[in-house]
Write a new protein. Structure first.
Length: 147
């Protein structure tokens, strides 16, 4: 059989395009002798006919870059896109903010118990939970003003 025809049949068997079928040039006479699909299958199992690998994009540079970023490099202001809020996890920033405010409230309760009791510790605690204050300074301001 014609070598081109064998290539077509093997492409169908291997489920790839004709361009991805590789035929060993040293064994071309055996390829031409193949008549049936079964003969072609046996040539494939012997490794005379193979399918070539698809060209893939190398991940080596990406891995190197990831490693550098893990170390803290390549994260300067010039590399940043998007606002701070989109880059930072909202929940984590909320947690750290609330914990700081609660710590401040406890310190204020120790140092100025009368001012805290005017408003009420529980009420202030719930206000913190509700996101009433921007930061620690606003908690202090509210307690020391006594409003």
């Amino acid at each position: 059989m014609n070598a081109k025809k064998v290539k077509e049949i093997s492409a169908r068997i291997l489920k790839v395009g004709k361009s991805r079928v590789l035929v060993d040039q040293e064994e071309i006479e055996r390829v031409k002798e193949a008549i049936t699909k079964d003969d072609v299958r046996s040539l494939i199992s012997e490794g005379i006919i193979k399918k070539s690998k698809r060209p893939e994009q190398s991940r080596a540079r990406a891995r190197k870059l990831k490693e550098k970023k893990r170390k803290g490099r390549k994260k300067g202001e010039g590399k940043r896109r998007g606002k701070y809020k989109t880059r930072a996890k909202r929940k984590k920033s909320w947690i750290s903010k609330v914990r700081a405010q609660r710590r401040t409230l406890k310190e204020l309760r120790k140092s100025n118990p009368k001012e805290v009791e005017k408003i009420g510790y529980g009420k202030l605690y719930r206000m913190i939970k509700g996101g009433y204050f921007k930061g620690k300074k606003y908690v202090e301001k509210k307690v020391l003003e006594g409003k």
